[in-house]
Design a protein around this ligand. Sequence first.
Ligand code: VGL
Ligand code: ZN
Length: 208
Amino acid sequence: MKISDRDVLLVIDVQNDFCTDGALAVPGGEKVVPAINRIAQKFANVVLTQDWHPADHVSFAPNHAGKKPFQTIELNYGTQVLWPSHCVQGTPGAEFHAELDVTRASLVVRKGFRRGIDSYSALFENDHRTPTGLLGYLRERELKTIFVAGLALDFCVRFSAEDARKAGFEVAVIEDACRGIDLDGSMAAAHRSFGELGISVISFEAFL
Ligand code: VGL
Ligand code: ZN
């Protein structure tokens, strides 16, 4: 596949807490790193996201008496999964995986930094209204096609791809440069949604 100057590689949350031994480990999370590093070299535009929560974040199960990780609660913006505390601002768990090549990134978008609202998507927080600013960046730079990779396929990759597609971009998820959590059928739901919205699912080998 030929990569154009209007294409962007959007790398979602390749952070220590989502890798093996991390606080919210995605099975095989670190395995995305070599694939992402290889293809990032070919892109003129690379954007990284970083999950970046305060310690008292509303999405953390320990902040809710009697609640366990992976249970849900209802918030004013809808149902919220409660996670183990993860990606706390300034901690080693929130840092990018040490082997991730960050040198080509022109922008790092931090998300989930407000106590009262989670943000799976790189474009909008979980109320689907509060912008992160990435949409403005993509539009102002006149980028057209967004290739999404990283963690986790069924949460932050999925929501980022959906919001980008709904905003009018061509979107492709690089499936083998992602890993998923798979909570209550969330992997199948992600793939259904990609099909419904016209989000392509491709292999990183398409770029080699
Ligand atoms: C994520 C759950 C909570 C993700 C982030 O990066 O997919 N999932 N925070
Ligand atoms: Zn998070």
